[in-house]
Design a protein around this ligand. Structure first.
Ligand code: GLY
Length: 270
């Protein structure tokens, strides 16, 4: 089993130990259960922007995105509110013939599967929201501020086991997000991809990653450039001034690249 996880581009390497703890907690018998378990543990750590500790939107609500891909199938949720672990809801969607459930529909589905109400907000995020509102009151246009937002944070994990690859990702989105905004994380080929060559997860400002289809691009470069070369190329080639991080796994091991520091941890076991 090869596993690599990250705590979001721009997150301090001092958080590596916390990512490592999540990797150990999430480790399971197959790649699917492992990536869901690791991302779920990262969602439960309030220091990361996913699950508990997710960013608060300008309207005061939290909307979260998550996805998992394994063996050619996908389960994803977008703009879901009031659940503890969006990745576990995505893992339930994976069991259905659907790929992506959004907003109220995703929430109703989660409740029907027994996911109880949970407030993911934290004091630190409430203070961050106050700072965002203060900035807006300084007569600055929201769209101008949003253009300057760099990085969305996200947590993610990829794993390989017995020739099968899995990718999982979860996020509370970017700062200065409005209700209904969805980034790259729940979109196949943007925030994640997994198939015969390996698995890839990205982190950064969702809008820029969507425009570049970064996860699929990285995946498609693996045969030609190797795992590390593919990760490096996607980071080098990204939109100027926009931060990106990528982690990937293939049959031979793991790789990562990022334009800024990115907390991460990996585990390679026979
Ligand atoms: N990469 C997370 C987001 O932009 O929502």
């Amino acid at each position: 089993m090869y596993i690599i996880a990250h705590g979001g581009v721009g997150s301090s390497r001092e958080l590596d130990e916390r990512v490592n703890a999540a990797v150990k907690e999430g480790l399971a018998d197959d790649a699917f259960q492992t990536v869901v378990g690791v991302v779920s543990a990262l969602e439960d750590d309030p220091v990361f922007n996913a699950g508990t500790g997710s960013r608060i939107r300008l309207d005061g609500k939290i909307q979260m995105d998550a996805a998992v891909m394994y063996k050619g199938d996908i389960g994803a949720v977008a703009a879901i509110e009031s659940v503890k672990n969006p990745i576990k809801v995505a893992a339930k969607v994976y069991e259905t013939p659907y790929v992506l459930l959004v907003s109220q529909g995703a929430l109703e589905y989660a409740r029907s599967k027994g996911f109880s109400a949970h407030d993911p907000s934290t004091e630190a995020r409430r203070k961050e929201l106050s700072r965002m509102h203060a900035k807006l009151h300084e007569n600055q246009e929201l769209h101008d501020i949003y253009k300057g937002v760099d990085g969305g944070d996200t947590v993610g994990c990829v794993a390989s086991h017995n020739g099968e690859y899995a990718a999982a990702v979860s996020t509370g989105g970017t700062s200065f997000s409005i209700k209904g905004r969805v980034g790259d994380s729940p979109l196949v080929g943007c925030g994640f991809y997994a198939d015969e060559y390996g698995a890839v997860v990205t982190t950064g400002k969702g809008e820029d990653i969507i425009k570049r289809l970064s996860a699929y691009r990285c995946y498609s470069l693996i045969p030609e450039m190797g795992l590390q070369g593919a990760c490096d190329m996607v980071v080098e080639d990204h939109i100027e001034g926009s931060s990106i991080g990528v982690i990937a796994v293939d049959k031979d091991g793991v790789a990562s690249a990022s334009s800024k520091q990115m907390s991460q941890a990996s585990l390679c076991m026979d």
